[in-house]
Write a new protein. Structure first.
Length: 412
């Protein structure tokens, strides 16, 4: 039922448009390629006959596939993001299509030091005989989240071509700058006007992400006393040294990304900037238990007080900024969001896996704002890396799930 070759063609076109997210805080979206891809998607939606497809002043794309049932049915939304991670370049992506993958390690052609190894990617053993897409080893692929974009577009095409499929209104939402934490900044949920939403931004196949970390940003400002080093004796208070001491006193054997897994949270120092007079340390706080973030923040303040005692005249300020909250907290208020996704898999004879994400999704933000939004698989593997790859059959499977899912919502 799903046109696999067309889906592949869509994906290959989309990944060759450079939508690497830029620096936050400037223009929105942060890179011109997001405008370019969004405009292309609107044109393709118009070509399908979806006349209300628009790209707004923030680059967001919103469209509706009209329902085919005569009774009132909930509006179901699907979301993917247009940008790709700035951690690896998305410029000049040259995708490689490996049909009938024979198994074994995959050496990428333009940088043979980049090897997708079975030892590090055991899921490759389950993908023998399938169609894999990689890069040439010099860029990321952009499967995160252009796999999701392609799957949603193929869903739209399928529903338009097959009006006999019973479904209510299907809302399509493509957002920008998700990779730099600003994917929902300009989304008006009143315009989306949906009962439920699903982000298409997940790994492998048949996963339903039902929990994410809760997350805060900690900004630690260390203020010292600067004076020329030639006359600094007894007078200088070096903020760089104090900030280094602050970081050194963070837990290392526990509560760090390097030492935790599964449901364990962490404190992650990710940037240090400044000089002798003032140095800033940026840290992210993560835990599935939202209340644990308060404990983590108190630990930072306790360390700050200890360092202040060791550096007279030093002042340290710890500021906490909420980022997102555990997806699972909001989904409890609308259990159909997950239950119906599980049923869609069951109708296809598949076992859905309810999974947790050691990170966040735009769905975390949507859910916190009142729109329940689990995350679904789209065949992504090794995101943000030159070793990124996707599987066409997993993308087809994701599209099949969406086709069933809209029917479940329309017929319950």
């Amino acid at each position: 039922m799903i046109h696999a070759d067309r889906l592949l063609d869509r994906f290959l076109r989309y990944v060759q448009i450079d939508t690497t997210a830029g620096e936050p805080g400037g223009e929105y979206p942060s890179s011109p390629g997001q405008w370019t891809l969004g405009k292309l998607l609107v044109e393709e939606l118009h070509a399908l006959g979806i006349r209300d497809a628009t790209q707004d002043e923030f680059g967001l794309v919103l469209a509706t596939v009209p329902g085919t049932v005569t009774h009132p049915a909930p509006v179901v939304a699907f979301n993917a993001h247009l940008d790709t991670s700035p951690e690896t370049t998305g410029k000049n992506v040259r995708p490689q299509v490996l049909r009938n993958y024979p198994g074994g390690d995959i050496v990428l052609p333009q940088d043979t030091s980049q090897v997708i190894r079975v030892a590090n990617n055991p899921e490759l053993n389950d993908l023998v005989g399938q169609t894999l897409i990689t890069t040439d080893g010099t860029t990321l692929l952009g499967s995160d989240d252009k796999s999701g974009v392609a799957v949603i577009m193929e869903l739209a095409a399928t529903l338009v071509e097959r009006p006999e499929i019973p479904h209510g209104p299907v809302r399509i939402l493509f957002t920008c700058d998700e990779e730099i934490g600003h994917g929902v900044d300009h989304v008006d949920l009143n315009k989306v006007d949906a009962t439920v939403c699903y982000t298409l931004d997940g790994a492998g196949a048949n996963d339903i992400d039902v929990e994410t970390f809760s997350a805060d940003l900690a900004t630690v400002c260390v203020r010292g006393v600067n004076i020329h080093p030639s006359i600094a004796r007894g007078r200088m208070v070096n903020a760089v040294r104090a900030a280094s001491e602050f970081v050194a006193r963070l837990p290392r054997a526990t509560l760090s990304p390097e030492t935790t897994s599964e449901r364990q949270g962490f404190i992650h120092p990710m940037a240090v900037s400044g000089g002798v007079a003032e140095t800033t340390v940026s840290l992210i706080l993560r835990d599935f238990d939202t209340s644990a973030l308060t404990t983590q923040a108190e630990l930072l303040r306790s360390i700050a007080r200890q360092v202040e005692l060791d550096f007279p005249q030093l002042a340290i300020e710890v500021a906490i900024t909420p980022q997102y909250r555990n997806l699972g907290d909001g989904l409890k208020r609308e259990p159909r969001a997950v239950d119906y996704a599980v049923e869609a898999h069951q109708r296809l004879g598949r076992q859905a896996n309810l999974t947790i994400v050691r990170g966040g999704t735009d769905g975390s933000h949507f859910t916190a704002k009142g729109l329940p939004t689990p995350n679904l698989s789209t065949g992504e593997h090794n995101p943000h890396s030159p070793l990124e790859f996707t599987c066409l059959e997993e993308m087809v499977a994701a599209t099949e799930v969406l086709v069933e899912l809209v029917q479940v919502w329309a017929t319950k």
